[in-house]
Unconditional design. Structure first.
Length: 445
């Protein structure tokens, strides 16, 4: 937390006047009493443009049942949702903070019945409720789009669209055009890895111009959902203020501090840790606590690029991997290197298990020509998990091959997940917005 302090100085002014005059046989003496004045000093309001991050093993529902598990390298925040204009509110913890996606998505079972029923459905021109399908590298989600007043830290957005995943009624059946994209249905807490996902990535809305025409795109699509079911993909305007149609980046929809974020986490002990706390700051260069400072800016591809927004180049093993990114929602380094031994333990499919820790030498390059060499330590995932009995949520230096997990990852990609965020301030600047003297989209650290 940052606090604002003001020193108050009192200016004490003493004034005394003496005078004498004479004429004839009379004299007059006058004195003024000492006067004290105080110069008012304004105290700046305390800063509220931030929220706490917790890296822990996840909400109880994550570890429930036969398929339960404990989260690792998952940054969580708490958000508050209210039925628009009312005090019917609920604070939802363990929402995954994700710099690799955009929009707020909450698992339906997490919402209490009173709030869910009071959150109005977003509707199309035909008054039918609207649904959305959104794709991730490991699967897809689908559900209704509802409106709620949103709060995180001291920031608010009124009447913001929220994707309620696995909603009932007409939304219970996932359209085939959504599920055909591949991967798993991630609508549950266990599928998401948390009670929801807060996407604070590089764009102002979740699919921008791609969703402003009927047909949508591969990453996101909005559906007309009459009582007969959700099948027709419809056009939705991209706006970060009411009336909303697409899901906005919640940061972009804030009235201030709306040009990006800073994810700030401490360095992780080499052996890992049970948990960690950190901070997400809203805005870049908008307050005294979110300046860019000496961070290096790495500009990325834009929405008009062939492969979409948010990619930079990472050089690894002599190859320029042009579809690389920084993604707090990934719990490891995801890259392909067939020379590194794979783990053979149950539950660690795809993870790397070198005989001893090895150094990964990479060079991160922005489209603006910025370049920095980094050395990442890659640990044996099996050893590091075994040493802490799986109870550590902070697990540094673990990597995995996305091809072994049936992910829809780009072939020329090196995904710097949360282990890269430990010990750094990672800036994510929203496309088209001035942030710290430069225009997004960019990452910086």
């Amino acid at each position: 937390m940052r606090s604002a302090f003001a020193a108050v100085f009192l200016c004490l002014i003493l004034s005394a006047c003496g005078g004498g005059g004479g004429g004839g046989s009379s004299s007059t003496t006058a004195a003024t009493a000492a006067a004290t004045t105080t110069t008012p000093v304004s105290t700046p309001p305390a800063l509220t443009n931030f929220a706490a991050i917790t890296v822990d093993t996840g909400p109880p529902a994550l570890n429930a049942g036969a398929n339960g598990y404990l989260a690792d390298n998952a940054p969580y925040v708490s958000v508050t949702l209210c039925a628009p204009g009312t005090s019917n509110c609920q604070t939802i913890d363990h929402v995954l903070l994700d710099t690799g996606s955009v929009g707020l998505r909450i698992a339906q079972g997490v919402l209490n019945a009173s709030l869910l029923s009071a959150m109005p459905a977003e509707t199309d021109p035909g008054s039918n409720p609207v649904g959305e399908c959104y794709g991730y590298v490991d699967g897809y989600v689908f559900g209704s789009v509802r409106l709620a007043d949103f709060q995180i830290g001291g920031e608010t957005v009124s009447g913001m669209p929220v994707n309620v995943l696995g909603d009932s009624g007409v939304f219970a059946t996932v359209p085939s055009s959504c599920s055909s994209g591949g991967g798993s249905n991630l609508n549950t807490v266990q599928g998401l890895g948390g009670n929801g996902i807060l996407g604070i990535g590089l764009t102002a809305t979740d699919c921008g111009s791609s969703c402003t025409r009927a047909g949508g795109n591969a990453a996101a699509a909005y559906y007309d959902c009459p009582s007969t079911g959700c099948s027709t993909i419809i056009a939705r305007a991209a706006s970060t203020s009411a009336p909303f149609q697409q899901l906005p980046n919640p940061v972009a929809a804030m009235s201030a501090d709306n040009n990006g974020t800073i994810v700030s986490l401490a360095a992780a002990p080499a052996a890992g840790a049970a948990s960690m706390t950190g901070t997400v700051y809203f805005g870049i260069g908008t307050q005294t606590n979110n300046g860019l400072g000496s961070a290096t800016i790495f500009t990325t591809t834009t929405s008009s690029s062939a492969n979409g927004v948010g990619f930079l180049t990472i050089v690894y093993g002599g190859k320029s991997l042009i579809d690389s990114d920084l993604d707090s929602g990934s719990n490891a380094y995801f890259f392909v290197d067939k020379s590194i031994a794979a783990c053979n333990s149950t539950g660690l499919t795809g993870f790397y298990c070198p005989a001893s820790p090895i150094n990964l030498n990479i060079t991160i390059q922005g489209l603006n020509g910025a370049s920095v060499a980094e050395t990442l330590v890659l640990n044996n995932a099996q050893t590091i998990f075994a040493n802490n009995n799986g109870n550590n949520a902070v697990v540094p230096g673990v990597g995995a091959n996305p091809n072994q997990n049936n992910f829809n990852a780009p072939s020329n990609s090196f995904d710097l997940g949360l282990p890269f965020f430990y010990g750094r301030n990672i800036y994510t600047a929203i496309e088209g917005r001035s942030a710290g003297g430069a225009t997004g989209p960019y990452f910086a650290f």
